[in-house]
Design a binder for this molecule. Structure first.
Ligand SMILES: [Zn+2]
Ligand SMILES: [Zn+2]
Length: 106
């Protein structure tokens, strides 16, 4: 007996290996880098930005995610450093803003 599952969208039978259906449904957890470490990639030396990475400059999913502060400072180490300081100082506030779903602005 062959194991089979049904598409949760349209109910069409499909093999367990299939991760997408002709109706457009896609298996949500198809192999992708885990989102567990979704932190800002700004990391000068031993320090690392504590904020969650929410913006990626790449069009396609990339591993480089920046927080709002560092996204603006990409390519400018001085501004990046200042933003890191801001991120560390305002960490609690900024995270609270994220949790409330409000936009962060200084
Ligand atoms: Zn389907
Ligand atoms: Zn950052």
């Amino acid at each position: 007996m062959k194991a089979s599952v049904k598409c949760p969208e349209c109910g069409a039978p499909m093999s367990t290996q299939v991760t997408r259906c002709s109706c457009g449904w896609q298996k949500p957890d198809s192999p992708k880098k885990s989102a567990a470490d979704h932190r800002c990639v700004y990391r000068p030396g031993e320090r690392r930005c504590p904020l969650p990475g929410t913006i990626s400059p790449a069009v396609h999913a990339s591993e480089r995610w920046y927080c709002r502060l560092h996204y603006r400072t990409v390519g400018d180490p001085q501004l990046g450093e200042a933003a890191l300081y801001e991120a560390e100082e305002g960490y609690e506030d900024i995270l609270a803003e994220y949790r409330n779903g409000r936009k962060y602005h200084e």
